[in-house]
Design a protein around this ligand. Sequence first.
Ligand code: NAG
Ligand code: NAG
Length: 323
Amino acid sequence: MESPSVPAHRGCVPWQGLLLAASILTLWSLPTTAQLTIESVPPNAAEGKDVLLRVHNLPGNLMVCIWYKGEKIDSNLRIASYTAHTQAVTLGPAYSQRETMYPNGSLLFQKVTLQDTGYYTLVALDKDAESIQVTGQLRVYQPVGKPALQASNATVTEHKDALVLTCLTNDRGISIRWLFKNQILPHKHRMKLSQDNNILTIDPVRREDTGSFQCEVFNPISSSKSDPLKLDVQYDPTLPSPGLSVGAMAGIVVGVLAGVALVAALAYFLYVRKTGGYDGLPSCSASSMADDHPGRGKGTSPLSLGLDLLLLLLKSLLLSTDS
Ligand SMILES: *[C@@H]1O[C@H](CO)[C@@H](O)[C@H](O)[C@H]1NC(C)=O
Ligand SMILES: *[C@@H]1O[C@H](CO)[C@@H](O)[C@H](O)[C@H]1NC(C)=O
């Protein structure tokens, strides 16, 4: 009874839903397509270059539009205005000789300086005396200078020393990244970076840290690398590299495992030969395999003893590799 109504119901809802969605979309798209916006071209400018604050969707029945420096309307900070019926541009008190205002509202800055960085507000007034206001942003950057890299000590000893690398720069508003052998330094938990990334601490150093370090400073328009600093890590070659220790430990574990298994098998073989019993093997080995507790079952067979020893050894070895 219910099932025949389901397809009809299903077919109906998406149709109404679509209609609703379409009307919502229409309502939404109307104001957004006509929205007055400002776009900085380019979005981030190098000092000395030209930047256009491009105006999109100026009202068609424009009467006047006015540019202000800052986020508010302040007549003291008026840069320029354009009056449509006279097609004339009037300059304001904040005009700096480097701006050009076009009839389409866009404002060109020539040879931008760091001081030009900031917000700019446009007010457009149409013939119905309705005003719209929009604020845009101008970002000016200086090309970054070459940073210098300083090490606490260019020669360090494995396990013993910590290394502190400092990236020295006079630039502001920059980001810093670290390079090792010309690649982005892979982060390890022995490494710590200061809050603004300019100090790298490696504690402790390992032989695998031998190589050239560089720091790179960058901003949206430029980047610069320090000279490479070659780090020399001294180490005792008779000690295994800590980087290989997991592999070495795995080797030891496998070796011990094989050894103990051999001894246990031998002991069991001897035990079986001595007692003459053979039918105990499947049940005995199965129970001792599943058994974690040494004293369980009928006495301690050499096999279960061997297995327990093996487990103990494995556990202690695994614990020692963790630290
Ligand atoms: C406005 O005019 C300037 C100068 O002719 C031009 O560079 C700019 O692209 C124009 N802006 C728009 C949004 O068309
Ligand atoms: C640099 O490391 C070497 C070798 O470990 C040590 O002899 C020397 O005192 C260290 N120098 C400084 C300034 O820490």
